[in-house]
Design a protein around this ligand. Structure first.
Ligand code: BGC
Length: 246
């Protein structure tokens, strides 16, 4: 069944029609820059334009970089603060005149990896981490999602884990792969003590360079790069329409 998946990020908004039974993009994603400031109204306008440019009439699943409870935005670590308290489902439904569901972006990427990617068939505790502008996290046990985990805000060295170790920090502070991996190790070792995952799936654009930093990481958990790469957020958001109503 085809469903439109949209991945809303800090720098880009990507959309593509997805075959949710096979976990595949049915076309190359359309990508537009995230408007700045990324206020609810501005983002909703861009999303509505994407839906109409793609001439999409069916359901829409959206991944959004914040805590989402029953469709309502709960946090704003890396997005415009005016999002907190906004009913994102109602906003996107009104803007697009389509049925929409909304979930956290890392939960979306995690769902896709568990169904169709590196976590397929794994019933143990699996932690999916997306390393990008921030750090997204999604926890699964027996393939069931524990939503809104937010390990990116875990306190580390007097700041949040994502301020210390996100992929964007490697670029900003011009860290070598080895120095950045040392920060990741610090973070991973702390969260392993809390959650004891059997497998950790590393996603985000940087997962395409796993050979550059995986050799420096030592986790007890099996460490694997994401398989769906940048498509995971779109695929997972589309699949979410088959799980919930909003
Ligand atoms: C947000 C998370 C999100 C992550 C990745 C963090 O700043 O708090 O909700 O999953 O970035 O986009």
């Amino acid at each position: 069944m085809p469903v439109l998946g949209i991945d809303i990020g800090g720098s880009a908004i990507k959309a593509a029609v997805v075959d949710v039974d096979r976990g595949m993009l049915l076309e190359a994603p359309s990508e537009v820059e995230t408007p700045q400031p990324a206020t609810p109204g501005a983002v909703a306008t861009v999303v509505a334009r994407l839906v109409s440019d793609l001439d999409w009439q069916g359901r829409v699943g959206l991944g959004f970089p914040a805590v989402i409870r029953e469709g309502v935005v709960g946090t704003a670590a890396n997005i415009d603060k005016s999002w907190v308290g906004v009913d994102a489902v109602s906003l996107f439904c009104a803007a697009t005149s389509r049925e929409c569901v909304v979930l956290n972006d890392a939960d979306a990427a995690g769902l896709a990896e568990m169904r169709f990617g590196a976590g397929r068939g794994n019933d143990a505790t699996v932690l999916v981490l997306t390393l990008g502008t921030g750090i997204g996290s999604a926890l699964f046990y027996r393939q069931q999602l524990f939503p809104n985990l937010e390990l990116g805000s875990f306190p580390l060295n007097g700041m949040s884990a994502e301020e210390f170790a996100a992929a964007s920090i490697r670029n900003k502070e011009k860290l070598s792969w080895e120095d950045w991996a040392a920060r990741l190790n610090h973070f991973f070792n702390r969260i392993e003590r809390l959650l004891s995952p059997e497998m950790m799936i590393i996603g985000g654009g940087v997962s395409q360079r796993s050979e550059s930093f995986f050799p420096y990481l030592n986790t007890r958990a099996r460490l694997v790069p994401a398989k769906l790469l940048n498509g995971a957020g779109i695929v997972g958001a589309a699949c979410y329409t088959t799980i919930v109503d909003r």
